[in-house]
Design a protein around this ligand. Sequence first.
Ligand SMILES: [Zn+2]
Length: 140
Amino acid sequence: MNYRRIRRYIQKKVKNTFEKNRLLEKYRTREKRRVEDIVKKVTATLVETARVYSADIVRENLRDMKMNSKKVSRKMNYRLQTLPYRKIISNIDYKACERGSNVIEADAKRFLITCSPCRSVDKRNRVDSKFKCKKRGGLA
Ligand SMILES: [Zn+2]
């Protein structure tokens, strides 16, 4: 159902102002509830998938969130990019914490694999929690 179309239809066809406002309010509430429902479902699926694959959830910025695992479907990542962000983020942080998954800010992640003396950024710089620069072969 397309709520924008419904709204436009009401604006155009309903002449009585009181009735018009009543209807608009009704569909506004319904749409809001529907979005909240989707957010809840997506969050639950995301966090559960992260747990199953032991993947970290990487948040690149407010508009771009991806799962750090190739096994996570493109469709899933796409859905994540088209939903109300702040709501999802607070939901995910809470749920992920509850289930023991990590939510990582991409900048923080980049920082973890950057060698500060030579500035090389390499995923292999960090094995588990130990840092060793691949380029120089030494510790930072
Ligand atoms: Zn280095």
